[in-house]
Design a protein around this ligand. Structure first.
Ligand code: G6Q
Length: 545
């Protein structure tokens, strides 16, 4: 594909944007009582309301044209068909196969991958059932009380986020714990809270070469071996990987390795063996329901026309704000304590996938690509950074996410939580005019110069965009839908921008660089040539040790 900026729809959108420059969202709502009905869409008990955006029906028509001209449908079908769409790594992108039905063949180079996928799913199910039932135990025969996933990036964020999100479904299972950071403090906390004889360590690494994960895994193994003996340690470790040789070299029996494949990207891997900690924590049936929810969103993404396709709409709106309104950031605001890690998970999804500055073909891009994504659960964020979203100089499109029913009901808490969600999106959209502020202040008895001085600080421009995703309850199926929605949104954006959303060369750089300096820090290699800042920091670090 050529530059998206040279597509006819891009030029049409640029012209259309000018016509919306002075239009306030309040007026769009006032002028169309059916706006919510027209600009929202539901799939069962999962609703996307995108009416509180700086859009009209014409905007959506033009954005769908852009997506079509950029080849979103063609590339989507290529992904589902197992074509090599991750061009810079020369790989197919088939995380969708991990949640596909076993009897629907998905071919990669002519071979159906579903047999292998299903066989790993069955092994995961058996293993999870046995751990939960206390039939697969550690060396002393005691039931595992803690299951510690050691992994980082894509081998951590998804399972960690899901295990927290599905905490209400964990009854009867061991505690899931996650160690990712190479900072020894992370593992020390686990040692302090757990006992070697009742701990199962899952070493999750696609490559099984990642410094952080292997360092943590070796230290964990030492901890178990020191307490129970070298022989016993083997009963406390399993691996999730694509690299059988490295797993064997680490000392984990190949029979205790759950494989996956190079066509599963790290940040898209929670559906694979990487989800073992989830299956153990919430049970295999709930893990299966998570996959079913994702598959339901896959079906929607494949089948619905772009104009009525949730991932396509979210992706197109992101392009709209990033490329036509100069927005640089995007907020994700779940009104759900269980989704406390959702923004962190999406940060990787969005920023690792679409933080690119060359096209698939390697040419520099001359248009904005992935936004900076951030977020915190509501209502906490309201008391922190929402100020900037409401009254700052930057345009920050936001996604609000919430459930009609709480999984942890307590008095009126959930109603109050939801009231805040709806109030925030309304306030962002409506804003508060100077006249409204004046009337409010006057009603409180203010007048004259004091009143006038107070007005500018209390005015809200409004017309600030948000999407709302509302569902009945955060159960495994719904969470599956939600995650897949954002996976495909990321795909739609990346396709329009003409970039490879499935590589991560920026991550690889860090993996290379630290090795050299580590050898300098422990004195095993002579000082290398560095800039004066890096040199100064290394010297000071050594001096202060
Ligand atoms: C994800 C990235 C990256 C990766 C980690 C861990 O898409 O590739 O976050 O998941 O670097 O890699 P391993 O699983 O190979 O240890």
């Amino acid at each position: 594909m050529g530059a998206p900026t040279s597509l006819p729809a891009w030029a049409a959108l640029a012209r259309h944007r000018e016509t919306l420059a002075g239009v306030h969202m309040r007026d769009l709502f006032a002028g169309d009582g059916e706006r919510f009905r027209r600009l929202s869409l539901a799939r069962g008990d999962f609703l996307l309301d995108y009416s509180k955006n700086r859009i009209t029906a014409e905007t959506m028509r033009l954005l769908a044209n852009l997506a079509r001209e950029a080849g979103v449908q063609r590339r989507r079908d290529a992904m589902f068909a197992g074509e090599c769409i991750n061009v810079s790594e020369n790989r197919a992108v088939l995380h969708v196969a991990l949640r596909a039905p076993a009897d629907r063949p998905i071919r990669l180079d002519g071979t159906d991958v579903m047999g292998e996928v299903e066989s790993v799913r069955q092994r995961m199910r058996r293993f999870a059932d046995m751990v939960r039932a206390g039939k697969r135990t550690g060396a002393t025969g005691r039931k595992f009380a803690d299951v510690v996933n050691i992994g980082i990036g894509g081998s951590d964020l998804g399972p960690a986020m899901v295990c927290e999100a599905l905490a209400p479904f964990r009854a009867g299972g061991p505690n899931p714990r996650f160690v990712s950071n190479i900072d020894g403090a992370a593992l020390r906390d686990v040692f302090a809270a757990c006992r070697p004889e009742t701990s199962l360590f899952i070493v999750a690494s696609k490559t099984f070469t990642t410094l952080e994960t292997l360092t943590n895994a070796h230290s964990a193994r030492r901890w178990v071996a020191d307490a129970l003996g070298e022989e016993a340690a083997g009963k406390h470790f399993v691996a999730l990987s694509t690299n059988l040789d490295a797993v064997r070299a680490f000392g984990i029996d190949p029979d205790e390795m759950f494989p996956f494949w190079d066509w599963v990207g790290g940040r898209y891997s929670l559906w694979s063996a990487i989800g073992l900690s989830i299956a153990i924590a919430v049970g295999a049936d709930n893990f299966a329901a998570l996959l079913d929810g994702a598959r339901d969103m896959d079906d929607h993404f494949r089948e619905a026309p772009l104009e009525a396709n949730m991932p396509a709409i979210l992706g197109m709106l992101s392009v709209w704000y990033g490329n036509f309104w100069d927005a640089h950031t995007h907020a994700v605001l779940p009104y759900d304590q269980r989704l406390a890690r959702f923004a962190a998970f999406l940060q990787q999804m969005e920023m690792e996938s679409n933080g690119k500055s060359v096209t698939e073909g390697g040419a520099p891009v001359a248009w904005q690509t992935g936004p900076v994504l951030f977020g915190e659960p509501g209502t906490n964020g309201q008391h922190a950074f929402y100020q900037l979203i409401h009254q700052g100089t930057r345009l920050i499109p936001a996604d609000f996410i919430g459930a009609a029913r709480s999984q942890s009901p307590l008095g009126k808490h959930h109603q109050l939580l939801a009231a805040n969600l709806f109030a925030q999106t309304e306030a962002l959209m409506r804003g508060k005019t100077a006249a409204e502020v004046r009337a409010e202040l006057a009603a409180r008895g203010m007048s004259g110069a004091a009143l006038e001085a107070a007005v500018p600080h209390r005015v809200f421009s409004g017309s600030r965009p948000s999407n709302t995703i509302l569902y009945r309850a955060l159960d495994p199926f719904t969470l599956g839908r939600l995650i897949a929605l954002y996976e495909h949104k990321t795909f739609v954006e990346g396709t329009i921008w003409g970039i490879d959303s499935f590589d991560q060369w920026g991550v690889e750089l860090g993996k290379q660089l630290a090795g050299t300096i580590a050898a300098e820090l422990d004195g095993s290699k002579p000082p290398a040539a560095h800039d004066s800042s890096t040199r100064g920091l290394i010297d000071r670090f050594r001096e202060w040790r």
